[in-house]
Design a protein around this ligand. Sequence first.
Ligand SMILES: NC(=O)c1ccc[n+]([C@@H]2O[C@H](COP(=O)([O-])OP(=O)(O)OC[C@H]3O[C@@H](n4cnc5c(N)ncnc54)[C@H](OP(=O)(O)O)[C@@H]3O)[C@@H](O)[C@H]2O)c1
Length: 288
Amino acid sequence: MIELTSINSKLNLNNGTQIPCVGYGTFRTPADVAEKAVADAIKVGYRHIDTAAVYGNEEAVGKGIKDSGIDRKDLFVTSKLWNDNRGYDSTKKAFQETLDHLQMDYLDLYLIHWPANQKQFGTKASEINAETWRAMEDLYNEGKIKAIGLSNFMPHHIVELMKTAKVAPAVDQIEVHPGWPHTEQVKYLQAHNILVEAWAPLGGQGAHVMTNQTILQIADKYGKTAAQVCLRWIIQQGIVPLPKSVHENRMIQNKEIFDFVLTDDEMKQISLLTNLGGQCADPDEADF
Ligand SMILES: NC(=O)c1ccc[n+]([C@@H]2O[C@H](COP(=O)([O-])OP(=O)(O)OC[C@H]3O[C@@H](n4cnc5c(N)ncnc54)[C@H](OP(=O)(O)O)[C@@H]3O)[C@@H](O)[C@H]2O)c1
């Protein structure tokens, strides 16, 4: 196990690419806020930025990155292919649009945002995912992306994808937070050498993770906040959290998670919590 000492300690992806162990999320950060928020996040030390075409803020994220003055090669930038661009040609076109919006000539990580599911596409779902992945593989082989991966793919979607895939996915970005630990899926992904990233690591907007008494008691013991305990619980599982905040004090707070260690018993207590809100999304039921 690699020792993590800061948000920029690196984990290895299955293709040798290195990824900072905590990322900065930008979902629901409006374009007019994102430029400053991203520049602030980089100023306080984040080097791993997570965005997506559907967030509508890639251009502002790109400007924030430029404003920061940090070399592109010292940053790790992820974006995601939105659902209405699945398929070989559309994926390639959407990827180029993402690069143009971000004003970059490569991405560190590009993800399929959601699998095409049977509910929407019936027996065509697997073929759509396979064609989308084939475009991602070509972009990867052309050197335009350092690593390619998935988001919201469940094990059965991955098994299906691997029937035609030539490159194994490096990452699966899924919802993970106290109350929604996704234990079995995390085990499956880690056993298959696919790095897990946690979206909504604090439960997302409107969740009551951070007012939970168990989490608050553990936080109190270490002189930490509930948010810091959530993030610590995630990194101790070898998962990369992507906390989002537009507030500089919270960006800083969310970095300070390397000076305490949760006991096995505390890890278990948090993992057993239920019903704390969040989307608790089922990708097979998604109709968007
Ligand atoms: N792949 C996917 O399908 C998917 C889906 C959702 C999200 N994501 C990614 O994952 C990232 C994180 O998820 P998320 O943004 O939904 O939720 P999150 O990071 O769990 O929660 C963010 C919420 O908590 C607040 N917050 C942040 N730090 C805090 C702190 N220290 N104390 C108290 N409140 C704090 C933020 O508000 P303020 O900004 O006001 O501080 C925001 O409302 C996203 O931004 C996005 O990059 C991916």
